[in-house]
Design a protein around this ligand. Structure first.
Ligand SMILES: NC(=O)c1ccc[n+]([C@@H]2O[C@H](COP(=O)([O-])OP(=O)(O)OC[C@H]3O[C@@H](n4cnc5c(N)ncnc54)[C@H](OP(=O)(O)O)[C@@H]3O)[C@@H](O)[C@H]2O)c1
Length: 337
């Protein structure tokens, strides 16, 4: 099968940083589906894993954790899917990724692809949807059914992959969403996705929120640098509010800043369930299925903004370079072999 892989960890302008390779087609056992990959999406985790370092792999390593495709074969314990089913999933960071014509993925972290979307449109969604869903509805415990209607949520980095789906999920739960974006095109994008207010993360946030009439917010979902926003989050969170972060910190985080407000802080890492094989890992299959139903009902739209074709090393290197700029809007997808 065709795949894009690396053995050395090189800057993305090096043609060897990601190269085309032929690999053996894997076989499905246990809970695994063998999926014929039709489209993939790129995420900052790909560029973080690929980032230059001295390590050398003895065999080609396939990255990529976002895909849509068709089930080709199933393991003996599979009950949720059958060959021919169209699926979408992010997969497991500890296993071979989706930048290959065929991939093994556990049925418990796989969802049925939204019928109304193309493979490319569907591949834009899984990793970021799982992240935003778990961040809002599980870590912050926001009530999906509207129990927190009109409570305020600040989304830091509204136009990125995670923010673009996070805004939509939060609006469905009835929250008042203040999203950050810094450029005219990203400000327009987050407005179009449903954000009630847009503030600029290149300018001090408290003064902008105050000008909008918010002394503080009930929830904060930080989809950008945790260290950089720590102090301002502690300042903006309302007493008894909740903060969730998804980006690993570089320095110590001063948890004490939240004490007098009894504010809660939670991490979200969307690979936790697969990585630790938690007993509830099938919740990811279920949330992807629920998202597919919301998409097919016209309540959520794909966050795809650009498709490169075909899936090969040259296009994947171009996609990584774009992501590394930190300026992509929504999701960049590669489709077709
Ligand atoms: N823990 C997890 O499970 C998990 C899951 C997914 C992602 N992540 C991490 O979360 C981060 C975001 O992922 P993503 O896919 O949303 O990234 P992305 O799509 O690359 O985000 C791009 C957006 O970031 C915004 N941005 C750039 N600089 C910013 C700043 N200083 N403050 C706020 N926003 C800024 C830009 O908006 P403007 O152009 O308007 O400036 C741009 O639209 C990455 O570090 C990723 O690795 C973690």
């Amino acid at each position: 099968m065709k795949a894009v892989a690396l053995t050395r960890y090189l800057p993305i302008n090096d043609p060897q940083s990601l190269f085309d390779v032929e690999l053996p087609k894997p076989a499905a056992k246990g809970h695994d589906l063998l999926v014929r990959v039709e489209a993939i999406s790129v995420n900052p985790v790909d560029t973080k894993v690929r980032s230059p370092k001295a390590k050398v792999e003895s065999a080609p390593k396939v990255l990529g954790w976002d895909a849509a495709g068709v089930v080709e074969a199933v393991g003996e314990e599979v009950t949720r899917f059958k060959p021919g089913d169209e699926v979408y999933y992010a997969g497991d960071l500890t296993r071979a990724g989706s930048n290959a014509q065929f991939q093994l993925v556990d049925q418990r972290i796989t969802g049925r692809k939204p019928r109304s979307l193309s493979f490319a449109q569907a591949a834009a969604l899984p990793l970021t949807t799982i992240t935003a869903w778990e961040a809002l509805f599980e870590r912050l415990r926001i009530d999906q059914q509207g129990g927190h209607r009109n409570r305020t949520l600040l989304i830091i980095s509204g136009a990125g992959g995670v923010g673009s789906i996070g805004i939509q999920l939060a609006k469905l739960a009835g929250l008042k969403v203040i999203a950050t974006a810094s450029r005219p095109e990203t400000k327009k994008w987050v407005h179009d996705l449903g954000a009630d207010h847009v503030v600029d993360h290149r300018q001090p946030l408290p003064a902008q929120l105050k000008a909008l009439g918010f002394a503080g917010v009930d929830f904060i979902a930080n989809f950008n640098n945790t260290d950089a926003y720590w102090r301002v989050m502690a300042e903006l969170i309302r007493p008894q509010g909740g903060i969730v972060a998804i980006v690993e910190n570089d320095g110590p985080l001063e948890l004490g800043l939240l004490k007098s407000k009894s504010a809660t802080f939670a991490w979200e890492f969307m690979f936790t369930r697969a990585m630790f094989q938690t007993p509830d890992m099938a919740k990811q299959s279920e949330l992807l299925n629920e998202t597919a139903a919301l998409v097919d009902a016209g309540k959520i739209r794909t966050t795809l903004t650009e498709t490169l074709s075909p899936i090969n090393a040259a296009n994947l290197r171009a996609a990584h370079a774009r992501l590394e700029s930190g300026r992509t809007i929504g999701k960049l997808v590669l489709a077709g072999w």
